[in-house]
Design a protein. Structure first.
Length: 227
């Protein structure tokens, strides 16, 4: 430990000069008491924190490791295991969710919307891999879109968002809701009423927005596309 008589500070470690005045330092003599006003944390121990980039790299490495283990397990047993394939897809989805959450952590509404879209796509893909029984487009997609519509309005109400801060999300969600007509026309949806109700609610919502909040809608879309 060193002591600077000019600055009256105690410096931890062994330094050749004072970090403040760059003057000569000396050892603290055992028979001389440092004044009670002497400051003792000229070089404080700074807590090391994991940066967001490092955290993402760690998470990515962990997910890649698990994916490699799963792939090599498939080769080792020389058998196509459906549950393992679904688990590997789930790992990819979890990794995407982590990235989305880290990237959009300052915008909760965007995080929820993007993750809902990811979940919708994953459910449809899993349904397709299991020979498209239609459970995803019949029940999951309409339910998630309805929840997204209700959640967006509720979040905007309680957070007191301006219309141009959330109307663009309703507009995009409406387009996604209309895409359910594709599955209805293709015959993939064997029970169409949940999808029909969902589409109806979105169309009514958009009609009300266009009639009563047209300028706010245009402002929201311009803001979204930076026009």
């Amino acid at each position: 430990m060193n002591y600077c008589p000019r600055c009256d500070i105690v410096i931890r470690g062994h330094k050749e000069c004072c970090p403040l005045c760059e003057g000569k330092v000396k050892d603290v003599p055992l028979d001389i008491e440092v004044s009670s006003n002497a400051k003792t944390d000229a070089f404080p121990v700074i807590e090391r924190k994991v940066s967001s980039v490092t955290f993402i790299k760690i998470i990515t490495f962990a997910f890649v490791t698990l994916e490699i283990c799963g792939f090599m397990t498939q080769i080792a047993v020389n058998k196509d295991m459906a549950w393992l394939n679904l688990a590997m897809i789930g790992l990819v989805v979890a990794w995407v969710d982590v990235l989305v959450t880290m990237y959009l952590r300052n915008n909760l509404l965007k995080v929820v919307t993007v993750e809902a879209y990811v979940a919708i796509v994953v459910n449809i893909v899993v349904d397709y891999l299991t020979h498209m029984h239609g459970w995803s487009v019949t029940w999951v997609v309409p339910s998630m879109l309805f929840g997204l519509l209700l959640g967006t309005f509720t979040f905007a109400y309680f957070r007191q968002l301006r219309p141009n801060e959330y109307l663009s999300y309703i507009a995009f969600d409406s387009i996604v809701a209309l895409c359910q007509l594709i599955f209805i026309r293709r015959g993939s949806n064997w029970f169409i009423y949940p999808a029909i109700i969902c589409i109806t609610l979105y169309l009514i919502s958009m009609a009300g927005i266009v009639i009563f909040r047209y300028k706010d809608l245009v402002s929201a879309l311009q803001r979204r596309f930076n026009v």
